[in-house]
Design a protein around this ligand. Structure first.
Ligand SMILES: NC(=O)c1ccc[n+]([C@@H]2O[C@H](COP(=O)([O-])OP(=O)(O)OC[C@H]3O[C@@H](n4cnc5c(N)ncnc54)[C@H](OP(=O)(O)O)[C@@H]3O)[C@@H](O)[C@H]2O)c1
Length: 294
């Protein structure tokens, strides 16, 4: 069970990671592709020749991003992950094979417990449930590609919480913004495990990827700027020091790279990160029906 090693590290850029990779003829979706890591992921994929669709809830922002990625084939589709009807509409609009689904969109540490119109805690709904429905809806398109890859942006935050099936919605315990974020990010990792187990026969492989600590994105929008500097998941010195090092497996998991096969050429740049981690374990499939909507 050897960790994935790539030779890339803290100072590596997306352009350096993807150099020499030809994605001509490949089709990719990047959720949340109009800000932060999603923009750079889309830029790198388009620069390597892929046709990229930015799946965003703010299509005007998506169009501005697409226009800013000069020379690339970048499209925009509307997707609001907290709205299952929006996810279904995005899926219905998609046609043809899909080589790469980058489940990048996310929210972090909403200060108060909030629910979607369908009754789900917002971090779990955005970070996991919406992406779960999206991937399931796009399964046939992924299977139609010649070896498809799903990349889920996870986080070191997964160490803060397992998926608490007994209380997904914080009905029985006090709401904690970081436990909610951690739970959702653990779900991202477990989804990658189970998607690969179930869909490898269809040529679909999934990885969960911790991108490292990247300050300056919109992820910290809900945080008090005065405490941002002390925020463990973003800028804690321990996090920064650990970037580029293999992540120790969480309890019940195994080392990175033990489940997914070697990363194919179609993988996203982030999947080539030394922090890439797949976490096999007892991974029940997470469906909305398992929870207790308000
Ligand atoms: N930055 C880090 O240090 C770090 C560390 C570990 C993991 N990550 C993960 O990396 C991913 C990207 O984060 P980032 O740092 O690039 O943050 P970001 O700039 O805030 O990007 C997140 C994106 O998600 C989109 N989004 C939020 N809610 C959505 C919804 N309901 N439907 C559709 N899109 C939605 C946002 O769209 P709007 O612009 O419309 O709000 C935004 O484009 C996240 O999954 C995050 O958990 C980041």
């Amino acid at each position: 069970m050897a960790p994935i090693t790539t030779g890339f590290g803290f100072d590596s850029t997306a352009a350096e990671v993807i150099a020499g990779v030809d994605l001509s003829g490949r089709r990719a979706i990047v959720t949340g592709g109009s800000s932060g890591i999603g923009v750079e992921t889309a830029r790198a994929l388009a620069g390597a020749g892929a046709e990229v669709t930015l799946a965003v809830r703010d299509t005007a922002a998506g169009e501005r991003t697409a226009a800013a990625i000069a020379g690339g084939a970048v499209r925009v589709g509307r997707l609001d992950l907290v709205d299952q009807a929006s996810v279904a509409a995005f899926v219905a609009d998609w046609s043809g094979p899909l080589d790469l689904l980058v489940n990048n969109a996310g929210v972090m540490a909403l200060p108060a417990l909030e629910h979607t119109p369908e009754g789900w805690e917002v971090q779990f709904a955005t970070n996991h449930l919406g992406h779960f429905a999206l991937a399931v809806g796009l399964h046939d398109a992924l299977a139609a590609a010649d070896g498809a890859r799903i990349v889920s942006l996870s986080s070191r935050g997964h160490l803060r919480s397992p998926v608490v099936f007994e209380d997904l919605q914080f009905d029985e315990r006090p709401y904690d913004p970081w436990l909610a974020y951690g739970q959702s990010k653990t779900a991202n990792a477990l989804f990658a495990v189970q998607a690969t187990r179930r869909w490898a026969g269809d040529g679909i492989y999934a990885n969960a990827v911790h991108p490292g600590a990247i300050a300056g994105t919109n992820l910290s929008r809900y945080m008090d700027p005065a405490v941002l500097a002390d925020c463990p998941p973003l800028v804690h010195p321990e996090d920064i020091a650990s970037v580029g090092q293999p992540i120790p497996p969480a309890p019940g998991t195994v080392a990175p790279g033990t489940l997914a096969p070697a990363i194919p050429a179609a993988a996203a740049p982030a999947a080539a990160s030394p922090a890439a981690v797949a976490q096999p374990g007892a991974a029940p499939v997470l469906t909305p029906e398992r929870g207790q909507p308000h």
